[in-house]
Design a protein around this ligand. Structure first.
Ligand code: ASP
Ligand code: MG
Length: 474
């Protein structure tokens, strides 16, 4: 059994949904379960409508809802034609009528609680899943629309709900088991769920990946496929580095490290339910049916290259805090950390000596009041427009000389390193450079540590790794 999740861009219009039908057809023998996001941008628009309604501009909210309605009906019409479309028109109309009443209600009470926000945002996935289920059916796939709120049971932490494993497993198996047993294909919305009492919840923005992992874990799936608009995870950002290529296999820890330091494809934390059960997750490109994508597993085989990937996170500030002369060194670090704690500052990298500490933070999240407070106990310099470059790879563990060759490559690019950190996890080496040095540093590092794409692809095609991928997909 394979859980196939399609993100917003993979279902953004009729053409994209046609492709989804082809992709699902290609997995027909593997008992697919389809999970879809709202059409691209729809969730953002629902958020905006909620804000408009609460601000008292009900007309603006309803106007936007009208555009959303047109987009969904147009897409349905293109995919289904008039006759077939009629079968789901009633359901779509009911959802829009509900949304209309809901927005008017928000405008009347001028209040949007987390609980009502979840109700409002759920419309996106309810609509997209209905349309996709019908579109696939018209193309000869025996689909059944499933209400995700009857499968995934969560706590009542609205906007960020967490699944209750036991209940979810039972409900999901009850609901989907019978459908799959008849070789039918369940189609459901991602992101949305409900409490045990049946109140709608959401799993946090971008939560459809989480839904796929939850459903996959509940059904003991053989694999989970996350279909998106990029060719899996890459060895580097292809906009920075034309030589970047798709990573064939990566461990969950490596993927998590990459996401943290800038890679935006998916948030691996959401894959945890699957990884804990050893279900492999594939990230695939819905624009390319032949895409092999990236396979994420608890433990990935050794990579041919020293590292698995390079990422760069820009928009970072580097703060150096040096104990003022004459100030007692004792207690210095504690005062700095206490200040960070008071501002709930989330720092990325830290380097410490007896009398100084350097740390980096996202510039947008660095409070000026924190700097002023630190200035009272130390000499502080703060520089913006810095970047963290991070090289990730589990194989670097315990290998001597790697740091030296990394810094040698950076020196060859004539880039100055401002701060260095090699984490205790020993799966990454990170350092800080100026933002505008990022492209040349990344290109130089990629050339040094990654073999050219052609060679790697040929090796993958002839090697046993490809065979393994195929087997695991079954
Ligand atoms: N539609 C939701 C969002 O935009 C969930 C998702 O797409 O994963 O956050
Ligand atoms: Mg996403």
């Amino acid at each position: 059994m394979v859980v196939m999740k399609f993100g917003g861009t993979s279902v953004q219009d009729a053409t994209a949904i046609e492709r989804v039908a082809e992709i699902v057809r290609s997995r027909h023998d593997q008992h697919p379960v389809v999970v879809v996001s709202a059409f691209a941008k729809v969730t953002d628009q629902l958020v905006l409508m909620g804000q408009q309604a609460v601000a008292g501009d009900c007309d603006a909210a309803l106007q936007l809802l009208g555009m959303l309605q047109k987009r969904h009906f147009d897409t349905a019409q293109q995919l289904l034609g008039a006759a077939e479309g009629r079968k789901i028109n009633g359901k779509l109309e009911a959802t829009f009528a509900h949304a209309d009443a809901f927005l008017r209600g928000l405008a009347a009470i001028r209040e949007l609680s987390p609980r009502s926000s979840d109700q409002l945002l759920s419309f996106g996935e309810l609509l997209s899943s209905e349309i996709v289920a019908a579109a696939l059916a018209v193309r000869g796939l025996d689909t059944v629309w499933v209400d995700s709120r009857k499968c995934i049971v969560t706590n009542a932490r609205y906007t960020q709900a967490l699944p209750l494993a036991e209940e979810t497993r039972k409900q999901t198996q009850d609901k989907l088991g019978a459908i799959i047993a008849k070789s039918k294909i369940p189609v459901m919305g991602g992101f949305i769920a409900a409490t045990a009492e049946g109140v709608t919840t959401t799993l946090g923005r971008g939560g459809s990946d989480f839904s796929a992992a939850i459903v996959g874990a509940a059904l003991d799936a053989d694999s989970i496929e996350i279909w998106t608009d990029v060719e899996g995870m890459m060895t580097a950002d292809p906009r920075l580095c034309p030589d970047a290529r798709t990573i064939r296999e990566i461990s969950f820890n490596e993927a998590a490290e990459l996401a943290y330091f800038g890679a935006k494809v998916l948030h691996p934390a959401t894959l945890l339910p699957a990884i804990q059960q050893d279900i492999p997750v594939f990230v695939l490109n819905s624009g390319n049916l032949k895409s092999k994508g990236t396979r994420i597993t608890a433990r990935a085989p050794r990579s041919r290259d020293t590292f698995r990937a390079i990422t760069a996170k820009t928009g970072v500030s580097l703060v150096n805090v040096v104990a003022s002369r004459g100030v007692m060194v004792h207690g210095f670090l504690r005062s700095v950390f206490e200040a960070l704690d008071r501002y709930a500052a989330s720092v990325d990298l830290v380097a410490i000596s007896e009398v100084s500490m350097s740390f980096t933070m996202d510039s947008k999240r660095l409070p000026t009041a924190l700097i002023s407070e630190l200035e009272r106990i130390a000499d502080v310099t703060c520089e913006g427009q810095q970047a963290i470059v991070c090289l990730v790879g589990e194989d670097i563990h315990g290998k001597p000389g790697i740091a030296a060759s990394v810094f040698d490559a950076v020196a060859a690019a004539e880039v100055n390193i401002r701060m260095i950190s090699q984490g205790a996890s020993e799966i990454n080496i990170s350092f800080v450079i100026q933002e505008n040095d990022v492209p040349k540093a990344v290109r130089q590092l990629h050339a040094r540590f990654f073999s050219p794409a052609v060679v790697a692809q040929a090796a993958a095609a002839s090697g046993k790794r490809t065979g393994k991928i195929r087997k695991a997909t079954r």
